[in-house]
Design a protein around this ligand. Structure first.
Ligand code: GDG
Length: 455
């Protein structure tokens, strides 16, 4: 089998325990075929150098480059997270378009290619991840690389009307066409991309997601990412080993816990979700001291303006709900803007009666799948998931809501809290089957088989 070269903005930390689902998935893929994981070290340096740090892990190697402070500003904070992230999440209103940031993004993509090219072997397969590196296929081709090269977008691809708001949409699309396979989280995203190519660039659709565009042929198809449900389930079953979870469980007794876990990001719909919970308890005194919400929300990208604004907004809403409704023996909202260990999150999902996953827009949303995997088979909780999360396409038996419709989320919460055991169990069985069948191994194997089959 050919060697796999994975390229992503950040990699797992060489030698450290693998924490995230994606890090574990890519580790397994790399360990199976041997290979190289190439990405940013996480370090910034004052002046650009062309040095790479090398490390080895089991059957594969890491090669890491540093970014300059200007790269970090323009490529990472600027173009990736203040232009691409908002536009691809349909938030054109929050986007900051800056030609210099794009130029820096372009230069960093070119530098990735320049430093990677000498490490490549003729029979390698290259798999590039996510919106930071949308120009990399073009740059690798320009450096003379001809082998199979794929891209996977972890976040949504919006409708063409939204994507065209990006001043550089045509250049990005043409660069994407240098990949053999462009993978998306959902069929809907893949269709949006093909429709964009047809409408804006007179692309011709061929069979099976293949399109002829920009004088070349590429395939655009969906490969929904999954999780490792066994590890989540095992960690969840072990919740009693965490003293604070045991204390929480004693404190809530027979009362119901609603749980949300999200990076503090405007795509996750936190203000609307808190408002929905606030309206639920404001409307129904019988729920007082009977239900509470735990929202874990570790801050991210705090240097981007829109994130600082969001933090203030969420702090304010959570504070207001508590000051309006809390009692000496009851705190309605435990809002924790801090990161928790993965195992503890799994235990928290297990203690919850309801998982409230209401992003305004999300590529997939792994929390929804982790919540399913963590449930007690004998007494499962109810998952509420947003229609505009990629996960909704697979998790049909969840309670699905429009996250902008606060009254509808309040209703969904009420019906989830009242849902009889039989219905909870039937829904969960169906969700469980899907989460286990379409797990993370199914995702990366399916993607790599499809990529290798493009040749
Ligand atoms: C992007 C796309 C797509 C969260 N808080 C803590 C913590 N987490 C973990 C969750 C989950 C992961 O982080 C978050 O994944 P999501 O999928 O929910 O969202 P994004 O971070 O926005 O990820 C998304 C994903 O890429 C994969 O393709 O699904 O749509 O936006 O695993 O459990 N983990 C720890 N502490 C926390 O406090 N340890």
């Amino acid at each position: 089998m050919s060697r796999l070269v994975v390229v992503s903005n950040r990699t797992a930390t060489p030698g450290a325990p693998r924490s995230g689902g994606l890090a574990t998935a890519l580790h397994d893929a790399l360990a199976e075929s041997g290979g190289l994981w190439f990405g940013w070290s996480g370090q910034t340096v004052e002046a650009s150098d062309e040095k790479l740090a090398h490390a080895a892990e089991d059957d594969y190697a890491f090669a890491l480059l540093d970014l300059t402070e200007a790269d970090y500003e323009g490529y990472y904070l600027g173009y990736s997270n203040a232009a691409l992230w908002p536009v691809l999440h349909y938030r054109v209103d929050l986007a900051r378009f800056d030609d210099e940031a794009f130029a820096q993004y372009d230069r960093v993509n070119a530098r990735f290619a320049r430093l990677l090219a000498p490490l490549m072997r003729d029979d390698d397969t290259v798999w590039v991840h996510d919106y930071h590196l949308m120009l990399l296929g073009r740059e690798l081709r320009a450096a003379g690389w001809r082998g199979p090269t794929g891209f996977f977008l972890h976040i949504p691809f919006p409708s063409p009307e939204v994507f065209t708001a990006l001043p550089q949409h045509a250049e990005i699309a043409e660069a994407l066409a240098a990949f053999d396979l462009v993978g998306f989280q959902t069929a809907h995203d893949a269709e949006n991309f093909r429709r964009y190519l047809a409408e804006q660039h007179a692309a011709t659709p061929l069979a099976d997601g293949v399109v002829h565009a920009f004088g070349t042929v590429l395939r655009a198809a969906a490969f929904p990412i999954g999780i490792d449900p066994d590890s989540v389930s095992a960690a969840a079953a072990d919740w009693r080993s965490h003293p604070d979870l045991a204390r929480l469980a004693r404190g809530i007794g027979e009362d119901a816990l609603v749980v949300g876990v999200d990076r503090l990001d405007y795509s996750k719909g936190l203000p609307q979700r808190l408002e929905a919970f606030g309206q639920l308890i404001a409307a129904d005194a019988a729920l007082h001291a009977r239900v509470s919400l735990v929202q874990i929300a570790p801050p991210s990208r705090t240097e981007v303006e829109a994130y600082a604004d969001l933090r203030e907004q969420v702090d304010r809403i959570a504070g207001r709900i508590n000051s309006d409704h809390a009692d000496l023996g009851w705190i309605p909202v435990r809002y924790i803007a801090r990161e928790y260990p993965r195992d503890k999150l799994a235990g928290l999902y297990r203690l919850a009666r309801v998982g409230l996953v209401t992003p305004l827009r999300d590529g997939m949303n792994l929390v929804a799948k982790e919540f399913v995997a963590a449930q007690d088979p004998g007494d499962p909780g109810v998952l509420i998931v947003s229609e505009p999360a990629g996960a909704a396409e697979q998790l049909e038996e969840a309670v699905q809501v429009n996250p902008y419709d606060i009254a509808a989320v309040t209703d969904a919460l009420r019906s989830a809290l009242e849902m009889p055991h039989g219905e909870r169990s039937a829904r969960w069985q169906a969700l469980r089957a899907r989460v286990w069948r379409e797990d993370v191994g199914w995702w990366w194997r399916g993607y790599l088989d499809a990529l290798r089959a493009t040749r």
